[in-house]
Design a protein around this ligand. Structure first.
Ligand code: H79
Length: 414
């Protein structure tokens, strides 16, 4: 079972992922062609030659990128951590790397160190700070992996020793607040090599959490597939990385935004099953966050902010035996929460047994009357009589303070 040994990660539940790099400027389009897939993969998908792609660095000047504003927003959305792409598969360092010239400080007119800016902004806003680092794919380095290309003669070792390991060392020493290293796409990384990366990270700072995709099942926590959530409670520490549309890096043509109600439901399901939700934004080439992302996160984050006690520091609940679509349960020791996501006039839940000391609407403290009885058929049932204001409302939460550590969900027996 995965154990990060870091209480902040176990409690966090909600974080912000940021995909920002040279690809952000292309917005998913190159020489009149729109990439059919995720925008940060455009160099690979459209086979853009390295020398051409590198020219993007010379134009990179994202004057609208405002680390403080982003971190303040993340905090207002109830998020507890932020993960930023310090170097994606494209190979471009978004920080002041000394062992490469291909960096936002040296190769771009902006001369900016985005890792430093975000580290500072996270500190100001009380957020934990993590960086994404593509440890195997590097489409700029001749020895890095590249998906869809022939990697059979890869001299991966050269890349590891020449770029990956030195850059990891730099990141961890230059930016002491880094609390999480988000590795991705291990490709042919062997178990020994994954172990080497982990040892390197821990030798500099043993408290830094290593993500699941360091490869070979050796990370400190389990990272699910992108946008996939476990169907059942899952043991240990884990996280779901997810997008708000169908791309990570900014893509002009992608308007397939997810419904905020759906995102909220997924967040609560993930929390209820024991995981963290890491939601992505992809600023455009100027550093501006798409308005639609902000609208969605304002809505989801508004709920989280109003109901922080029912999200932050929740623990995995046992599997509830019935399919319910109008609500999601979350819980923590001696507290049980029903998040009501579609309108009801009265709340009824069967096969649940607990001793309620107090029950109230979480966001305003209004006490609610609760009946607990055994049904004619046998299992227990709770009934919550709603205040007028909440009859036929949606997106609110009922908090139950209970005697037991956690409620009992009774098996279906009829
Ligand atoms: O950073 C984000 C993605 O860029 C990265 N992981 C998240 C967090 C990621 N790496 N790989 N993938 C996602 C899967 C990529 C699949 C595809 Fe493709 C890329 C499908 C289409 C483009 C590779 C190239 C497979 C087919 C063509």
């Amino acid at each position: 079972m995965h154990d990060t040994k870091q209480q902040w990660f176990k409690d966090a539940k909600f974080g912000l992922f940021i995909h920002f790099g040279l690809y952000s400027q292309l917005a998913g389009e190159y020489e009149g062609e729109t990439t059919p897939s995720i925008a940060e993969w455009i160099m690979n998908t459209l086979d853009i030659p390295k020398t051409e792609y590198r020219k993007l660095a010379r134009e990179f000047n994202p004057t609208d990128f405002d680390a403080d504003w982003i971190a303040e927003k993340a905090k207002s959305w109830g998020m507890k951590y932020l993960v930023f792409t310090s170097k994606h598969h494209e190979g471009f360092a978004m920080y002041d790397s000394k062992c490469s010239d291909y960096t936002s400080v040296k190769a771009s007119p902006c001369h900016r160190d985005f890792v430093a800016e975000l580290q500072e902004a996270c500190k100001k806003n009380g957020l934990k700070f993590g960086v994404y680092y593509s440890q195997a794919q590097d489409w700029d380095d001749p020895d890095g992996y590249m998906a869809r290309h022939d990697n059979s003669h890869k001299t991966y070792r050269n890349y590891l020793e020449g770029k990956c390991f030195p850059q990891l060392k730099e990141l961890l020493t230059q930016y002491p607040d880094i609390s999480l290293l988000w590795f991705d796409t291990p490709m042919g990384t062997t178990a020994e090599e994954s172990k080497e990366m982990i040892d390197l990270v821990k030798s500099i700072n043993p408290n830094v959490i290593v993500s699941g995709r360091v490869g070979n099942g050796l990370g400190d926590y389990m990272t699910t597939g992108d946008n996939f959530i476990p169907a059942d409670p899952f043991p240990g520490d884990w996280e779901v990385p997810a997008t708000l549309n169908d791309t990570w890096g900014f893509k002009k043509s992608d308007d397939n935004w997810k419904n905020p109600d759906k995102i909220l439901q997924l967040l609560l399901k993930i929390n209820s099953r024991g995981g963290n939700y890491l939601l992505n934004i992809g600023p455009d080439g100027t550093g501006k966050i798409p308005e639609e992302s902000i609208r969605i996160l304002d809505e989801v984050g508004g709920y989280v902010h109003r109901n922080a006690d029912a999200v932050f520091a929740t623990r995995s609940l046992p599997k509830y035996p019935y399919e319910v679509d109008w609500c999601v349960f979350t819980g923590k020791p001696h507290k049980f929460f029903i998040h009501v996501l579609s309108p009801k006039t009265v709340l009824e839940v069967i096969n649940i047994n607990m001793t309620v000391k107090k029950a109230y609407i979480l966001e305003d403290g209004t006490e609610v009357r609760v009946d607990l009885e055994t049904t004619c058929e046998g299992p227990h049932m709770i009934t919550v009589f709603l205040p007028e204001k909440y009859k036929n409302a949606k997106n609110y939460c009922v908090c139950f303070e209970i005697e037991e550590e956690t409620p009992e969900f009774e098996a279906i027996r009829m």
